[in-house]
Design a protein around this ligand. Structure first.
Ligand SMILES: *Cc1c(COP(=O)(O)O)cnc(C)c1O
Length: 374
C-alpha cells in the first residue's frame, strides 16, 4: 500500500478487538488480571504498554517502514533514549548545527553521564571519517539541518558507520517519512519530534524512535522507555495517530507553499540568501534531490541587514505568527538566534519560517508587506 493509505489505516491493524472504525481512547492505567494472576502478554499497567500507544507505535513503524517503534513524551526524550542505549565512554559524531535542544542534551546531560561527542561539519564525508575512532558507536544525522538546511548524505554516512562498526541514527523530524525514508537509505534508527509535522497542529508534544531491526539495541531503547518512564499519554497517542491520517496531504501542501515562498524570497532585494533544499542554488540540492521526495515546509533566509532589522521584519507580520517551533498548519516565523540563545551559531540576520497551509498568495502578501520599507 501507498503512504496515503497506510497513514489512514495503520492504527487499526493492532490492539483492535472491537468494531470501531476509529480507535477509542483507553485511559485506564490498570487492567483486570486473570483469576490465576498475571500472564505474559496481558495488558498490565499503562506505563509499560497500553492499546493507544501500541496503535501509535504501529503507525510510526508502518510509515517509516521499520520493524519496531517506541513512542516518547517528547522529541528530546526519544533522542535521550537513543543515547542512553549506548554505554558510558562510547563516542558519537553529531552535526555542529544539530537541533539546539539535542546539543544541550548531549552537552549538559550525556557528557556528564560519560558519553563522548564530537560536533562537526557533516556535509563533508571525509571530515566524518577523520573523526571516527575505536569507540565511535553512533553517527547522528539531521538533514536538512536546523536552521541552515545543510544536507547530509544518509546513504553514504550509513555505509561509513557500518564499515566502522557503528550505527547511523537520523532525526527525520523535518522531512517526515513523506519526504524522506532514512531506513530505506541504510540508516539503523530514525528519531522524531512528533510535536512537529506528525502532530501538525501545534497542540501535542511527543517523540519517537523507529528501528530497522527489532534487535538487542532496540530492546534497550524499549527498556529506557518503560523503565525511564518518559512515555506519552493515551490521549496524546490517540491524537497523534489521528493527525497522521492527514500527514501525507499536509506535507504535500507544506512542500508546495514553501517552494513558492522560497522562490519569492530568492528574488527579493531585501534578502541576501535563502536556504531551501528545493532551490537549485542550494549547496546540498543534488543530494537532497537524490534522497528526498519533497523538500519540506521549512525555509531560512538571511536579510540584507542587521539583527535588529531582522527582528523588526519579523515584528511586522500580520498573518504569519511570531513563534518558535514548526510543523503546524499555521505559518510562523522567528529570529532564530534570539530563540536559540546561549551557544547559538546561527547568523544574526537569519529568519526561519515554518510555512503552513494557508493560501500561498496570502502568505506572499504578508511577506511582501513585512519586508517593505514602509
Ligand atoms: C523540535 C525538535 C526536536 C525536539 O523535540 P521536542 O518534541 O521539542 O522535545 C528534535 N529535533 C528536531 C529537528 C526538532 O525540530
Amino acid at each position: 500500500m501507498r503512504k496515503e493509505t497506510k497513514a489512514i489505516h495503520a492504527a487499526m491493524e493492532v490492539a483492535n478487538n472491537n468494531p470501531d472504525i476509529v480507535p477509542p481512547v483507553h485511559r485506564s492505567t490498570v487492567y483486570e488480571l486473570d483469576k490465576k494472576g498475571r500472564t505474559e502478554g496481558d495488558w498490565h499497567y499503562t506505563r509499560l504498554e497500553n492499546p493507544n500507544r501500541v496503535q501509535w507505535e504501529q503507525v510510526l513503524k508502518v510509515m517509516e517502514e521499520g520493524k519496531a517503534a517506541a513512542a516518547f513524551s517528547s522529541g528530546v526524550a526519544a533522542a535521550s533514549a537513543v543515547f542512553r542505549a549506548l554505554e558510558p565512554d562510547d563516542h558519537i559524531i553529531i552535526p555542529e548545527d544539530v537541533y539546539a535542544g539535542n546539543r544541550k542534551l548531549v552537552n549538559k546531560l550525556m557528557k556528564p553521564w560519560g558519553l563522548q561527542a564530537d560536533f562537526i561539519d557533516m556535509t563533508d564525508l571525509q571530515n566524518i571519517a577523520d573523526h571516527i575512532n575505536k569507540d565511535t558507536k553512533l553517527i547522528w544525522v539531521e538533514t536538512p539541518s536546523n536552521p541552515l538546511m545543510s544536507i547530509m548524505d544518509i546513504e553514504a554516512i550509513s555505509e561509513l558507520a557500518h564499515d566502522n562498526g557503528a550505527i547511523a541514527c537520523v532525526d527525520n523530524t523535518w522531512p517526515t517519512p513523506i519526504n524522506q525514508m532514512p531506513l530505506k537509505l541504510g540508516a539503523d534508527l530514525v528519531v522524531h519530534s512528533t510535536t512537529k509535522y506528525f502532530g501538525g497542529h501545534s497542540d501535542i508534544l511527543g517523540g519517537a524512535v523507529i528501528a530497522k531491526e527489532q534487535d538487542e539495541r532496540f530492546e534497550k531503547i524499549r527498556l529506557v522507555q518503560r523503565v525511564g518512564g518518559a512515555v506519552p499519554s493515551p490521549d496524546d497517542c490517540w491524537m497523534l495517530a489521528r493527525s497522521t491520517r492527514t500527514l501525507p496531504y499536509r506535507m504535500k501542501g507544506h512542500n508546495e507553499n514553501a517552494t513558492t515562498l522560497a522562490r519569492f524570497l530568492q528574488n527579493h532585494p531585501k534578502v541576501e540568501k535563502v536556504f531551501y533544499p528545493g532551490l537549485g542554488t542550494h549547496a546540498g540540492h543534488e543530494i537532497a534531490d537524490k534522497q528526498m521526495s519533497g523538500f519540506g515546509g521549512m525555509i531560512s533566509f538571511l536579510i540584507d541587514g542587521t539583527a535588529d532589522e531582522a527582528i523588526d521584519i519579523v515584528g511586522q507580520s500580520k498573518l504569519i505568527g511570531r513563534a518558535t517551533s514548526l510543523g503546524g498548519v499555521e505559518s510562523t516565523w522567528e529570529h532564530r538566534r534570539s530563540s536559540e540563545g546561549e551557544g547559538s551559531i546561527t547568523p544574526e540576520n537569519l529568519i526561519r519560517i515554518s510555512v503552513g497551509l494557508e493560501h500561498a498568495d496570502d502568505l506572499l502578501e504578508d511577506l511582501e508587506q513585512a519586508l517593505s520599507d514602509e
